[in-house]
Design a binder for this molecule. Structure first.
Ligand code: FAD
Length: 434
């Protein structure tokens, strides 16, 4: 690949990069997805366990499924969509959390969300934690749920950005895996794997993209690396782009990690139900029992708890889960669970976290992150989305939007005779996936 010459390079082959590459490829643009990992998908990653179950270590839920473009992609790939309502939309098991207390908690949480929405319209933006009702007994659990939603506690999160999240409340899953669907979507695209990009030099007439396998010359680049990585990369662009790096720093990645456990005698529990490890503290995990009816438990850890456990290794997650589960179900329960797999996203060098949130006062940074530079550096990825941030469909939407911007610029250049290549297939195409 050394010293290649291309029209457009897409840096990163996650949801956004695959969507952008697909749109460009379909339009006849000579493009290449350059991905640091040995696989496509990024934070979308399906692992098949010994029993043959497809386990999503990253994204698993097709959020806003009634308008999520990955649904059509999965259907075109012949995958199976499971429409069972998610456990968080149903009552939790009453273990340590009686039904009446659950009702109280949901009421408190709804009132908190309403205060956030109201405050979000007023200047200045504040940390969402400021909208917790003083002395509400459910504050710790509301905060724990925030660590699952945002990967961070409410004291770190912009109330306005939190409120901007746009969700239709319809959540489906893909039996064969969300990660497998996203990587499968990139199968026939031009891709260079195992190929980290170290520099994007935009000094000259053409871009020079330095990779571990040589330099690529290109007209445009779409950068889709996670905001946490961009925020640490002040050497990535030459000349540097301090405003872009600042915007990325304001949109760090929160941390959420999933541990999968095998479960003996699963029939004790109803399919797709859940338990909270505790209801009186923020540092607690949530337990999705029998996902898809499988003999498993999917344990979700978020925020500072996940960050702390990551420093102590994979076994710390298992030990924590067993301690919480035996506290609720008795000491014999420890014999019924075994670890299957966890991925620590915070120490993953090509992710550095799970999904983006905005620091208080910085919700506008999503637009700043997404803004093109000089009509040749374009940006995509979940953190660029105003309302679909932190999701894989946010990745798709921003990836296609960046590709459309590239096509628009190339169309204009072509009209001016700047590019001699074949005419572009720009008008009348909407990428429906597949
Ligand atoms: C535990 C967990 C649970 C989640 N649950 C859900 C869920 O249920 N539903 C949902 O919608 N979302 C969920 N998400 C979030 C979702 O996975 C992400 O928002 C989405 O996959 C991000 O896509 P992206 O393309 O923006 O970024 P990424 O997938 O991170 O893609 C960026 C790519 O850039 C590559 N890269 C990094 N540095 C370089 C470099 N220097 N050179 C070249 N390539 C580079 C990375 O390897 C990566 O492949 C979850 C994430 C995690 C971690």
């Amino acid at each position: 690949m050394a010293d290649s010459d291309l029209e457009t390079v897409v840096v990163g082959g996650g949801a956004a990069g695959v969507a952008a590459g697909k749109r460009l490829h379909r339009a006849g643009v000579k493009c290449l997805i350059v991905e640091a990992r040995p696989r496509l998908g990024g934070r979308a990653w399906t692992f098949v366990d010994r029993s043959g179950f497809a386990i999503d270590l990253g994204c698993g839920w097709l959020h806003s499924a009634d308008r999520n473009p990955w649904v059509a992609v999965a259907e075109q790939q012949g995958k199976t969509i499971n429409k069972t309502p998610p456990p968080w939309r149903r009552p939790s098991l009453p273990l340590g959390f009686p039904v009446g207390a659950q009702r109280d908690f949901l009421r408190s949480q709804e009132e908190f969300f309403a205060r956030v929405s109201e405050r979000a319209r007023i200047e200045p933006d504040v940390a969402a934690a400021e909208l917790l009702a003083p002395d509400d007994r459910w504050n710790n659990l509301i905060n724990a749920v925030a660590t699952y939603i945002s990967g961070a506690e409410l004291d770190r999160i912009s109330a306005r950005d939190f409120d901007n999240f746009d969700d239709t409340g319809v959540n489906w899953r893909i039996v064969e895996g969300y990660g497998a669907t996203i990587s499968g979507c990139g199968e026939n695209l031009p891709v260079a794997l195992d190929c980290p990009v170290s520099r994007i030099d935009h000094t000259g007439k053409r871009l020079k993209i330095e990779t571990s396998r040589g330099v690529i010359n290109a007209d445009q680049v779409i950068v889709t690396v996670p905001s946490a990585i961009l925020g640490e990369s002040d050497q990535l662009f030459v000349p540097s782009l301090p405003d872009k790096i600042k915007a990325a720093q304001n949109l760090p990645l929160g941390l959420a990690d999933k541990l999968f456990l095998s479960l003996e005698q699963p029939e004790q529990f109803e399919k797709d139900t859940r338990l909270f490890g505790a209801t009186d503290r923020t540092g607690t995990a949530t337990y999705h029992l029998r996902p898809f009816g499988r003999p498993q438990i999917e344990v979700y850890f978020g925020g500072r708890l996940a960050a702390d456990l990551e420093t102590r290794g994979d076994i710390a997650f298992f030990d924590f889960a067993v301690t919480e589960l035996t506290g609720l179900l008795g000491s014999e329960f420890a014999k019924r669970v075994k670890p299957i797999r966890i991925h620590r996203w915070g120490v993953d060098p090509f992710a550095r976290g799970s999904y983006s949130y905005a620091l208080p006062g910085t919700a506008d940074c999503r637009a700043a992150l997404a803004a093109p530079v000089d009509d040749r550096l374009f940006f995509a990825g979940e953190a660029c989305s105003r309302g679909d941030f932190s999701t894989a469909h946010g990745g798709w939407i921003t990836g296609v939007a960046a590709a459309e911007q590239v096509l628009c610029v190339r169309g204009r250049m072509h009209d001016r005779g700047k590019f001699k290549s074949q005419p572009l297939n720009v008008i009348g195409h909407r990428d429906g996936g597949g």
